[in-house]
Design a protein around this ligand. Structure first.
Ligand SMILES: Cc1cc2nc3c(=O)[nH]c(=O)nc-3n(C[C@H](O)[C@H](O)[C@H](O)COP(=O)(O)OP(=O)(O)OC[C@H]3O[C@@H](n4cnc5c(N)ncnc54)[C@H](O)[C@@H]3O)c2cc1C
Length: 474
C-alpha cells in the first residue's frame, strides 16, 4: 500500500521553462505539476488540527479539505471545495504571495530546513484540471429583480459581480478599458498569467448572467449619481483599482523613452505590443533602466528583457529590502536582469536636440545615479538609505521605466459629491466596504491602495454580502 503521508522536507519543484529560453519568449514560465506530482505534494499535508493555513488565506479557503481530495486523486472534488470560497483559483494559484499567506503559516514549514506544502501550486493544478476537463457552464440564478452596478472589472469587481449574480441580482460591470480583467489583463504579463485564463473566468461570469459594458469610464460617460437615479441601480460597488502611477520628480522624467511601469505593461500586455507585427508603439530599448524593486518592477524588467534589452533594476536599498516576492526576484536574476542595488537616480539624460526652444525634447540616453548606504532603522523598522557623497555615475540607457507604486485614480472622487477619501486618495470604507454615500460600496485597491489580487477578491466578497443585506433590508 502507498504511504499515507509524504514526509519529504522539501516541496516538489515546479517544472519551468529554461531561463535562457524563456527570457526570449512570452509563454508561461511555470509549467504546472503533473497529476503524479500533485498527489505526491498533497500527501505532504498532514491535515493538522488547528489548520493555520486557512487563517492565512484572506478568503479562508478550506485548504486541508481541498488538499485531501487531491491526495485521493479526486481533482474535481478538490475544485469544488476551493470554489466555495474563491472564484479565481487559476489566477490565485499563479499570482498569490502564498509565502506570506497560507504557506507562511503551514506547520510543515516551521522547522528549519523544511518547506511548507506547496498550496499555491496545488491550487493552480486543481483549477487547470477543472478548466481543461469540466464542460458544464455555470447557469444564471433566477432573477430577484434588483439591479447592482459594479465599476471596474478587476478581481474586486469580478468577485463582487459573481457573488451577487449567484444571489439573483442583475449585475452590470462598467469597465473603462476595452477588455475586462483589470490588472490581470493590463498589468500582469502573459508569461506569469496567460490571458486565456482571465478570459475564461470572465466568460464564466457572463454565463451567470453578469453584463459587462466595456469602454465605459464612470465619472465621464456616466456618473454614480446617474447610475442610481436614471438607470435604476439600487447599489453601486466601486472596484476601480489604483492605477495612477507615481514619479520621482527628478529632471528628465518627461523625456521620450520614459514610461511609468503601468503604461509600459499596458502597451505590452493589453495592447499586445509584444506580438510580432503589433501596431502598438513601444520602445524596444537596447538598454533599459527600471526604477523600483517591487513586483511591478520585476514584471516590467522581465518584459523589457523579452523585448530584447539589457535590463537594469535600479533600487535605492539593498537585496534584503527588495519588496518583490523572492520567487520573482529569483526568476528575474535567472533570466539575466542586472540588479543595481543601493543606487538612486537623480536625473534622466537626453541626446542633444536641435530644437533650441525645448531642450527636454530629446530621447533618453542615460540615467544619472548616486550610490547609497543604509543607515539605522527608522520608525517603521526599515534601514533608511543615505547618499554617499561624490558617488555620481551614469548608466547609458535608451529607455527608463518608473515603477515606484501607484495610487487610486482620482476621477470617481472628483465626480461624486460627498464621497469621502483618505490622504492618498483611497476611498474611505467601513469593514464591509460601505462608503460615505448611501448604497455605494467600494473594495480592492481603490479602498486600500495597491495591494494583492486575493485581498481585492476578499473585499469584493464582503461587499457583495453587505450589498445583499442592504437591498434586502430596504
Ligand atoms: C504589474 C502588476 C503586477 C502585479 N502582480 C501581482 C501578483 O503577482 N500577485 C498579486 O496578488 N497582486 C499583484 N498585483 C496587484 C493586484 O493586481 C491588484 O492588487 C489587484 O488587481 C487589485 O484589484 P482591483 O479589482 O481592486 O483593481 P484592478 O485590478 O486595478 O481593476 C480595476 C479596474 O477598474 C477599471 N476602472 C478604473 N477607473 C474606472 C472608471 N472610472 N470607470 C470604469 N472602470 C474603471 C480599470 O480599468 C480596471 O480594469 C500586481 C499589480 C500590477 C500593476
Amino acid at each position: 500500500m502507498a504511504p499515507k503521508f509524504n514526509m519529504s522536507p522539501l516541496k516538489n519543484p515546479m517544472p519551468t521553462q529554461d531561463p535562457m529560453v524563456r527570457n526570449g519568449n512570452f509563454e508561461e514560465v511555470a509549467l504546472g505539476y503533473t497529476a503524479e506530482m500533485a498527489i505526491d505534494e498533497a500527501k505532504r499535508c498532514i491535515g493538522c488540527k488547528n489548520r493555520p493555513c486557512v487563517a492565512g488565506c484572506p478568503v479562508n479557503i478550506d485548504i486541508p479539505g481541498f488538499i485531501a481530495k487531491v491526495a485521493e486523486g479526486d481533482f474535481e472534488g478538490a475544485y469544488q471545495v476551493i470554489a466555495k470560497d474563491s472564484s479565481l483559483p487559476a489566477v490565485c494559484g499563479r499570482v498569490c504571495p502564498q509565502e506570506s499567506q497560507c504557506e507562511g503559516k503551514c506547520t510543515r514549514g516551521i522547522k528549519a530546513g523544511c518547506e511548507a506544502v506547496s498550496i499555491g501550486r496545488l491550487e493552480r493544478f486543481v483549477a487547470d484540471y477543472h478548466n481543461a476537463n469540466c464542460t458544464v457552464k455555470p447557469v444564471p440564478a433566477p432573477s430577484n429583480g434588483h439591479k447592482v452596478a459594479v465599476i471596474g472589472s478587476g478581481p474586486a469587481g469580478l468577485t463582487c459581480a459573481g457573488d451577487l449574480a449567484k444571489l439573483g441580482y442583475e449585475v452590470t460591470v462598467f469597465e473603462a478599458l476595452h477588455v475586462a480583467g483589470g490588472v490581470l489583463v493590463y498589468g500582469i504579463p502573459e508569461f506569469r498569467l496567460p490571458k486565456s485564463i482571465v478570459r475564461q473566468e470572465v466568460e464564466n461570469l457572463k454565463s451567470l448572467g453578469v453584463k459587462i459594458e466595456t469602454n465605459m469610464v464612470i465619472g465621464r460617460v456616466l456618473t454614480i449619481e446617474e447610475l442610481k437615479s436614471e438607470y435604476g441601480f439600487e447599489a453601486v460597488f466601486i472596484g476601480s483599482g489604483a492605477g495612477l502611477p507615481k514619479f520621482m520628480n527628478i529632471p528628465g522624467e518627461s523625456l521620450k523613452g520614459v514610461y511609468s511601469a503601468n503604461e509600459f505593461l499596458t502597451r505590452s500586455n493589453l495592447m499586445k505590443a509584444y506580438l510580432t507585427g503589433s501596431h502598438t508603439p513601444i520602445q524596444h530599448g537596447k538598454c533599459v533602466a527600471v526604477v523600483g524593486g517591487g513586483n511591478v518592477a520585476m514584471d516590467a524588467a522581465r518584459t523589457a528583457k523579452r523585448l530584447g534589452a539589457e535590463v537594469h533594476i535600479i533600487y535605492r536599498r539593498g537585496e534584503e529590502e527588495l519588496p518583490a516576492r523572492k520567487e520573482e526576484i529569483e526568476h528575474a536574476k535567472e533570466e539575466g536582469i542586472i540588479f543595481d542595488l543601493l543606487t538612486n537616480p537623480t536625473k534622466i539624460l537626453a541626446t542633444p536636440t536641435d530644437n533650441p526652444r525645448d531642450p527636454s525634447f530629446g530621447w533618453v540616453n542615460g540615467i544619472e545615479c548616486v550610490r547609497m548606504e543604509l543607515g539605522e532603522p527608522d520608525a517603521s523598522g526599515r534601514r533608511s538609505p543615505k547618499v554617499i557623497e561624490g558617488s555620481e555615475f551614469t548608466i547609458p540607457v535608451d529607455c527608463v521605466i518608473m515603477s515606484l507604486g501607484t495610487s487610486p485614480n482620482p476621477l470617481i472622487k472628483a465626480t461624486t459629491e460627498g464621497l469621502v477619501t483618505l490622504r492618498r486618495g483611497e476611498i474611505a470604507v467601513d469593514e464591509v466596504g460601505k462608503t460615505s454615500l448611501e448604497g455605494v460600496y467600494c473594495g480592492g485597491d481603490a479602498a486600500t491602495g495597491a495591494a494583492t489580487v486575493i485581498k481585492a477578491m476578499g473585499a469584493g466578497k464582503v461587499a457583495a454580502k453587505a450589498i445583499d443585506e442592504y437591498i434586502q433590508s430596504k
